[in-house]
Design a protein around this ligand. Structure first.
Ligand code: PEP
Ligand code: MN
Length: 347
């Protein structure tokens, strides 16, 4: 059940609810509703006496199984990564190489994506590779280089963590922990990142349903970490001409079902360099709160995912067009006037 407390509910009511849940062998999970009040999720039923206490605005007996991730009864969340807010009006751009290749390469890439409009630097230090013989990343050295690139550019960094035992060391260096598509249902890993105070970027498994993805987010939230950002990164389609198929239905759908921010990865979602820009813009048009894009100074020489990697110049175009697109799509904007203004500025 979900119990909704009004903003003016006395603290004693929340205490009594949690106490009553514990006495029944249940766990009560308090969470802000984003509107000044609180929700308490309980994985079972409480007795009526406690549900009559002052400040209880509503009791919902039925709700989604992902009660903490659900959008029911609450406002959308904003997740902060360093100084960057994900889920506010302005879409956020994460960009950088698929894998951290070396000091000079990373610093050059970081400066280039920063200049192209990126807010957050991406780069893999621990890489999930299909072949055990492919470059697996620089590991801890890669984490150190990411921290150095953060110092050099001021951008927070996001990087993947693949194993529960790596979580502490990755959290020591990274501002945001990425759980990759192949690990979306690695429940021990989800619990472990849920026990940190680092925001988590949860990529959708490429064969996972939207509900399975949300249940994975629930693992992280239920473990005590409320800062989760979802990432649609493409699902396996039937056509081998594309590596993956970006499921853009999932963007407005997830935003309807959950209060968590949702971003789009048009790099893995297409696997094809020429499709990255149009699908990045399509993702923003579908309402994504941001993008994560693989960028390299010389994409053909990238050590990982070269075919889907774009130049900083393409990223700059995605940034410019993406912001204009989103401004034009705002409900409170007169589109005709906006387009006219944009054209005047472009002249
Ligand atoms: C990545 O971001 O480099 C990556 C491996 O992504 P995914 O887990 O979506 O394949
Ligand atoms: Mn990649």
């Amino acid at each position: 059940m979900i119990v909704r407390l009004s903003p003016s509910a006395p603290a004693t009511t929340l205490d009594a609810l949690l106490h009553s849940a514990a006495a029944a062998g249940l766990e009560g999970r308090p969470m802000p509703d984003g509107r000044g009040g609180m929700l308490v999720g309980v994985d079972g039923a409480l007795t009526n006496d406690v549900l009559d206490l002052p400040g209880i605005a509503a009791v919902h007996l039925t709700h989604k199984p992902y009660m903490m991730a659900s959008r029911e009864h609450r406002a959308p969340s904003v997740v902060r990564v360093g100084d960057v807010e994900i889920g506010s009006d302005r879409p956020v751009l994460m960009a950088g190489p698929c894998v951290v290749e070396g000091r000079a390469e990373l610093l050059e890439a970081a400066r280039a994506v920063r200049a192209a409009g990126a807010d957050i630097l991406r780069g893999g230090a621990f890489k999930p590779r299909t072949s055990p013989y492919a470059f697996q990343g620089l590991g801890i050295e890669g984490l150190r280089l990411l921290a150095e690139a953060r110092e050099a550019t001021g951008m927070p960094v996001v990087t993947e963590v693949m194993e529960p035992d790596q979580v502490d060391i990755v959290a020591q260096y990274a501002d945001m922990l990425q759980v990759g598509s192949r690990n979306m249902a690695n429940f021990p890993l989800l619990r472990r990142v849920g026990a940190t105070n680092r925001p988590v970027l949860l990529k959708r498994g490429f064969a996972a349903t939207v509900e399975e993805w949300l249940m994975s987010a629930e693992y992280i939230l239920a473990s005590g970490n409320s800062d989760v950002v979802l990432c649609e990164r493409g699902v396996r389609g039937f056509d081998p001409i594309l590596r993956f198929t970006l499921d853009l239905n999932a963007v407005p759908l997830a935003k309807e079902l959950t209060h968590l921010p949702v971003i789009v990865d048009p790099s893995h979602g297409t696997g094809r360099r020429s499709l990255v820009e149009p699908m990045a813009l399509a993702g923003l048009a579908a309402g994504a709160d941001g993008l994560i894009v693989e960028v390299h100074q010389t994409p053909d020489r990238a050590k990982c995912d070269a075919n889907q990697t774009v130049t900083p110049a393409v990223l700059a175009r995605i940034h410019r067009k993406g912001l204009a697109l989103r401004a034009a799509l705002r409900d409170d904007v007169d589109v005709a006037a906006h387009v006219e203004r944009t054209l005047v500025v472009a002249d």
